[in-house]
Design a binder for this molecule. Structure first.
Ligand SMILES: [Zn+2]
Length: 331
């Protein structure tokens, strides 16, 4: 689950208004790009246009295997609802670990105290070493919402989980000259009862704290999150809780691949697994399409099924993530 942060949403609406007083001509010009109507989650200003080099590099752009990524998503969803503490969740943990065999896998397991009692939480981390000191983390969550019966989370929980398995295939196939890349399947993202600071993000809060305590966090150059990125009608939002320069870099990566039309048409503030890492001082970018069906109508409903997804959306997000890593390597 992901909820727009109401407080920050208010700020997002208010701040551009203040800026307009100062930058009236510029702001009015930009207002021309505003849609006629704005939804409750929509901010008052479009994202700033970014300067992107017109020269696109030739043959070395990343290209994931979209069909294979989609097949992983199908297999993940086939386990059925996968809330923390369930049998299907355990089967999915085993499935993920089996797919990562041969790579350096770390486990961050603990028991979380929730409003409905204690639950085991299990973050799974795989590390692909690079020649450059430091690491780029790509995360997703693999648990599904507990509170909606028969919720299989094809997009919310499934899409990122399958995509990261395909990213693992891509990363294990070549020696990395840039930063190390760590893939993290985070657990317990969803609220057990109702989203709050304490009932949500169980896995990411634990991992960020653990990495702060043991010093690992100082190695993390950036945290990229993929969540709800399988929607066939892919519109990745610009998240105002993410780090602006890293969001800009994601947009540059998307533009280099010709996928920029799928990115940042609107902006809103998102509460998701990137927040604990942002609080720990890590640059973060949440790649999320929070417009799943008209007005996000499929989100957290039994409509979140495989028929709403497209392998092309997994491909777009996967390629953009890998290209963003490459741009980070060059920084
Ligand atoms: Zn969710």
């Amino acid at each position: 689950m992901i909820v727009p942060d109401k407080r920050r949403r208010w700020l997002a609406a208010a701040v551009p208004g203040l800026l307009m007083l100062v930058l009236a001509p510029l702001a009015l010009q930009r207002l021309g790009h505003l849609p006629e109507t704005t939804s409750a989650t929509q901010a008052a200003a479009p994202p700033a246009p970014l300067a992107v080099s017109a020269t696109v590099p030739s043959g070395d752009l990343p290209h994931i295997n979209a069909a294979r990524a989609m097949q992983y998503v199908r297999e993940v969803v086939a386990f059925g609802p996968r809330p923390i503490g369930s049998e299907a969740h355990k089967k999915l943990e085993a499935y993920l670990v089996a797919h990562l065999k041969g790579a350096t896998v770390e486990h961050d397991g603990f028991v979380a105290s929730t409003p409905d009692g204690n639950f085991p939480i299990h973050n799974i981390i795989v590390k692909f070493p690079g020649a450059k000191p430091g690491a780029v983390v790509i995360g997703t969550h693999y648990d599904t919402l507990m509170s909606v019966k028969n919720f299989v989370g094809a997009n919310d929980g499934g899409s990122g989980t399958g995509l990261l398995l395909e990213l693992a295939n891509q990363l294990r196939s070549a020696q990395r000259s840039g930063y190390s890349v760590w893939l993290v399947w985070l657990d317990g993202e969803e609220a057990v009862r109702q989203w709050s600071d304490t009932d949500s993000l169980y896995g990411s809060r634990h991992l960020a704290e653990k990495w702060q305590k043991d010093g690992t966090i100082t190695q993390v150059k950036a945290f990229l999150l993929a969540d709800m990125i399988g929607d066939a009608d892919l519109n990745i939002d610009r998240d105002q809780n993410s780090t602006p320069w890293l969001e800009n870099l994601v947009y540059e990566a998307a533009s280099r691949l010709g996928y920029q039309s799928h990115f940042f048409a609107r902006q809103l503030a998102i509460g998701d697994d990137h927040i604990p890492f942002a609080k720990a001082g890590v640059p973060v970018a949440d790649l999320i399409d929070f417009d799943y069906g008209y007005n996000n109508v499929f989100w957290h409903t039994t409509q979140d099924r495989l028929d709403k997804l497209s392998p092309k959306s997994l491909e777009i997000t996967g390629d953009v993530l890998l290209e963003t890593v490459r741009l980070l390597d060059q920084k």
